[in-house]
Design a protein around this ligand. Structure first.
Ligand code: MG
Length: 338
């Protein structure tokens, strides 16, 4: 198998910000695996939260290129090897995992969701309103509602949360997911969350720092909304650790290392009676399609990373209002945009 990679520059339509900071543009990495005349693609979206950068991801990809072997159908053994050797570089692993699945699907002329025995992905996605000034929030919410999105996710954990949420609730009474991205300390979180009850959140994501996960159990008991772990839940074993402490987990294809690892996390979470959501980072459609492939297995999809871009370099995910679907196209179902 021949693995090559190239950076691609992405620009969100609006500066994308959370309680932890923001970006005006970002680079991701497109992975291409070629074997026996067939090509598969994947996208690497490194996250500093998990000790990854473009450079560490590229170094990992170069090492992985020599470790792939010559059988793309041997997904389990190839990816088990990568988990053993590159446990902290799961973004790169996800790019390879996705390129291999894309390769197999294209080779067999079937969509990956069919290959995995799943229903055609067709799911409502939340649309994210990042941290911004009130004028910008007003414009973004109006645009989101005009575009037909039926569920919103709002980044909170900053000074003007209440101003933002009051403004949003003036024009939107549908499901509202709140994501604090680790903003609060255990001592302040309960008061912060009680104060958010008036906005009737459908769930609250990662109110505490990743390492404070034990304290999440107390926040569940407030009964304001289901508490979900995101930054606290990276690998399959984290799902087991978090059982009893949270209501659900945010599983991200790019965070956990690909389709294979995401399936393990979904299976564990469902087996333990936990709720599941699929999340994403800002990325092109190439990193959303593998997650969307698994949408029929989870309770909630937050797969809008590509919808936040000014221009998406890949195409193939269809959107009608707030519902996104994949076609019958073989592989992951996305191709470079013309
Ligand atoms: Mg989150």
């Amino acid at each position: 198998m021949k693995l090559t990679h190239i950076r691609q520059r992405l620009r969100p339509r609006y500066r994308f910000a959370t309680s932890q900071g923001g970006v005006d543009e970002l680079d991701t990495i497109v992975v291409r695996i070629e074997h026996d005349g067939t090509v598969g693609y994947g996208e690497v979206v490194p996250s500093a939260l998990y000790g990854q950068s473009l450079e560490t991801s590229e170094a990992a990809l170069d090492a992985m290129a020599a470790e792939l072997g010559d059988d793309p159908f041997a997904l389990e053994s190839v990816l088990a090897r990568l988990v053993d050797r590159h446990d902290d570089q799961r973004a790169a692993m996800a790019g390879v995992d996705s390129a291999l699945h894309d390769w197999v699907g294209r080779r067999l002329d079937v969509p990956v969701w069919r290959l995995l025995g799943l229903d055609r992905p067709r799911t409502r996605t939340t649309f994210t309103i990042g941290v911004a000034g009130m004028d910008e929030v007003r414009v973004k919410v109006a645009e989101a509602l005009a575009a037909g999105y039926e569920a919103l996710k709002v980044k909170v954990g900053v000074e003007h949360d209440h101003e933002t949420l009051t403004l949003i609730r003036e024009s939107f009474d549908g499901p509202l997911v709140l994501d604090a991205n680790q903003a609060w300390s255990p001592s302040e979180a309960a008061d912060r969350i009680r104060a958010l009850a008036q906005y009737q959140p459908a769930m609250i994501e990662q109110p505490l720092h990743a390492a404070d996960w034990r304290e999440l159990a107390k926040l569940r008991e407030l009964g304001v909304a289901p508490i979900f772990a995101d930054e606290s839940c990276e690998r399959p074993a984290d799902v087991v650790r978090l059982h009893g402490y949270v209501d659900g987990v945010n599983i991200k294809f790019t965070k956990c290392g690909g389709i294979r690892e995401a399936l393990r996390m979904i299976t564990l979470a469902r087996g333990l009676g936990m709720q599941t959501m699929l999340g994403c980072f800002v990325s092109s459609s190439l990193a959303i399609a593998p997650a969307l492939t698994l949408a029929s297995l989870v309770d909630l999809a937050d797969l809008d990373g590509h919808l936040l871009l000014a221009h998406d370099p890949f195409e193939g995910i269809e959107r009608r209002g707030g519902v996104i679907t994949l076609s019958d196209r073989p592989g992951l179902g996305v191709v470079p945009a013309v």
